[in-house]
Ligand binder design. Structure first.
Ligand SMILES: Cc1cc2nc3c(=O)[nH]c(=O)nc-3n(C[C@H](O)[C@H](O)[C@H](O)COP(=O)(O)O)c2cc1C
Length: 312
């Protein structure tokens, strides 16, 4: 078996690298640049039942070490995703993680039910950062009971394993992680963006029309590493780690913290070839550091059986 192959619920991956949801669309632009078969998996843009145009512009802003975005879940809607985008991706031998969103439990359930029947969707990624209408706009991802109830409902509707994508905008992320594991989640994705804001000096108004946006990129990597380090010691389901990954060294750091695979987001906007480059770099760094298999590193920063091979 290849040193990089990873088997996770629903995801049989040649290597642990996938583009993160929202940073790769449905792969069409990237397919013109390189062969998508090189990727371990693909997380598609959040899909909602109805097509969404997203928030008014400006909806992105640069920040030191990252960016702010408030795209507002722009996507072509479930029907187009099932009839156009997923058939395009089925030309490739790559498992698809279908990121789904909604504003009520029933929205998520309907999307999960239908998208999980698509032949190349091998797992669902449940984006719980969206507002829960019943609870007056509180995000599904900020209350352990609400997150657990949504996970349970989506698990019952889905024909494929379900990964719950956690929001970092909470005081104790382990509470949410444990609650969704108990509700039947097959895995976790973490982290989504951190809520942020910028003000324009000239207009003295927020730079982003939505006022606040999600911070991503290298600036959030230490937050993600800390959260994965904490959560991986509390749950036994696998974690797909993300937040500021730009290099193979970043990937090793995520594995040491407790991730079993990773997703690359903002880096795709800086360098569209970043995913295949990281995969190549990973092969080299693993030989250099004499790591037999990437999975040997999972959680090694906190597991007692410390092996010093990375310091060679
Ligand atoms: C422009 C943009 C759009 C995003 N859209 C989604 C989305 O639709 N669903 C989702 O779960 N996460 C979305 N994310 C979050 C990313 O998937 C990822 O969790 C986050 O950006 C952290 O990784 P990074 O620092 O490598 O970008 C988006 C991020 C960006 C920058």
């Amino acid at each position: 078996m290849s040193k990089l192959a990873i088997q996770l619920p629903g995801l049989s991956m040649k290597n642990p690298i996938m583009p993160a949801s929202g940073c790769f669309g449905f792969g069409r632009e990237f397919a013109d640049l390189y062969n998508l078969n090189q990727l371990g998996a693909i997380a598609i843009k959040a899909t909602t039942e109805e097509m969404r145009f997203g928030n008014p512009t400006p909806r992105v802003a640069e920040t030191p070490g990252g960016m702010l975005n408030a795209i507002g879940l722009q996507n072509p809607g479930l029907e187009n995703v099932i009839n156009k985008e997923l058939p395009f991706l089925s030309e490739y031998d790559v498992p698809i993680l279908a990121n789904i969103a909604g504003t009520k439990t029933e929205d998520y359930v309907r999307v999960a039910e239908q998208v999980s029947k698509a032949p190349n969707v091998t797992a669902i990624e449940l984006n719980i950062s969206c507002p829960n209408v019943k609870e007056g706009g509180i995000s599904f991802g900020t209350d352990p009971n609400i997150a657990a109830a949504l996970t349970k409902a989506v698990k019952e509707a889905s024909e494929v394993p379900v990964y719950v994508k956690l929001s970092p905008n909470v005081s104790d992320i382990t509470e949410i992680a444990v609650a969704v594991e108990q509700a039947g989640a097959d895995g976790l994705s973490m982290i989504n963006t951190l809520l942020g804001m910028r003000i324009d000096l000239k207009s003295e108004k927020p730079v982003i029309a939505n006022r606040t946006g999600g911070l991503s990129g290298p600036a959030i990597k230490p937050v993600a590493i800390r959260m994965i380090y904490e959560v991986s010691q509390r749950v036994s389901i696998p974690i797909i780690g993300m937040g500021g990954i730009h290099s193979a060294e970043d990937v090793l750091e995520y594995f040491l913290a407790g991730a079993s695979a990773v997703a690359v987001g903002t880096a795709n906007f800086v360098n569209p070839y970043v995913c295949p480059e990281i995969i190549e770099e990973l092969h080299e760094i693993m030989s250099e550091k004499r790591i037999d298999h990437i999975s040997d590193l999972i959680g090694r920063s906190w597991k007692s059986c410390y092996s010093p091979s990375l310091s060679r």
